[in-house]
Design a protein around this ligand. Sequence first.
Ligand SMILES: *Cc1c(COP(=O)(O)O)cnc(C)c1O
Length: 462
Amino acid sequence: MTEHHNRHWRERSLAAVWHPCTQMKLHAPEGAGLPLIPIQRAQGVWLYDTEGHRYLDAISSWWVNLFGHNHPEMQAALTDQLATLDHVMLAGFTHAPVVELSERLGRLTGLGHAFYGSDGASATEIALKMSAHHWRNAGQPAKTRFVGVAGGYHGETVGALAVTDIALFREAYAPLVRLAATVPSPDARQAVAGETAVDVAERAAAALGRWLAEHAHETAAVIIEPLIQCAAGMAMHDPLYLQRARALCDQHGVHLVLDEIAVGFGRTGSLFAHQQAGIRPDFLCLSKGLTGGTLPLSVVLTTDAVYEAFYDDEVARGFLHSHSYTGNPLACRAALATLDLFEQTDALRRNAHTGPRLAAQLAPLTAHPRVRHARQRGMVFAWDVASSLPDFGRRYARHALAQGLVLRPIGHTLYVMPPYVIDEAEGDWLARGALAALQATLAEEAEPWSETRAAGGLRDGV
Ligand SMILES: *Cc1c(COP(=O)(O)O)cnc(C)c1O
């Protein structure tokens, strides 16, 4: 066995590396789960393993990659930055990449104050801390509660878990977490006969309104993933919900935190999802695509009003959150290169063509008799699959790999969130492989599918 064999790296990794979001036993040689794939290099939409097999990265490596892997512009920017300034602490010091990035993000969002972290969960923590501290500084120290949306996902550190409503991720840690309140999701799939997505949004907004009417005095902020609750299984809602949430937060004196860690940077069709609702949040959390999928970085953007509540002679009224790598120059430079690529490649306009083209290529999947709730927003596509297999997602992912595709369904929801550079031939590869993997997975069902037996069964499994 040589270093050019997948097995070599697989065995060494399983002995020494604890992989994320993984029951490690499923990777055991006798396990029923997915084989671990050692990746040697990547280019564009393709990942190459140590034996030279290639896989189309149809989920952008957990939603981070925007313009394909190893993009030459990104490489050039990072190489230049590495030769200039690798890192300097951001307390007492500043540097061009962090200043320029903050200015540009401020111009793009109307939120002129940028606080940096290194991952999405930290951005959530920063936004929640900042919101509660703002109210304390504003003389309303009782406002310390948060309210999130059913099925919401905002990261998995102990603070972020408070607003993450996904039982599997939270259950074991429930005693450690100060749970936030949860209001109904505006998930358009909940529409009953005769109802539209707008009706569902109105209904969910009314529930938020009722909650705030009772609890606003003790509530710091509402936190929402705008337009798509990705980790919930690409649950999509009408932008009206965001308009209603904005109005309710204003009416009740509660902050609106929008978590665009997954949906930011063009995924939904606009640069930021909330722009489709014509609103502005009090806090905007960004990460994932921020660096084009090259380096860890997150940012919380906020308003003058929030910033001013901390601006004082008293040190303790400042936002004293500290993190060693805050505003890392390399990561900020990658983010600047990402913003450059949006401009240089006219990415949003190109995606306005790529999205419908991919939808047409994926039409056979959408038309499959087992597919329910086919949905798309911008460059995100999802299908719920009616299957009696409790481990549908894991089985599907394995068949997808055999088709040269990285696709990891969430429960029974199959989704595609590709890098924006996916071309027509790659789209064909994706569409053909996704359908073939679906057929191969469904062929493993022990019993024939029956619609009546399935009630409520679509959302279990991981
Ligand atoms: C991924 C994600 C997070 C957490 O980001 P990490 O970098 O994984 O901590 C938070 N919110 C949303 C909406 C996400 O999709």
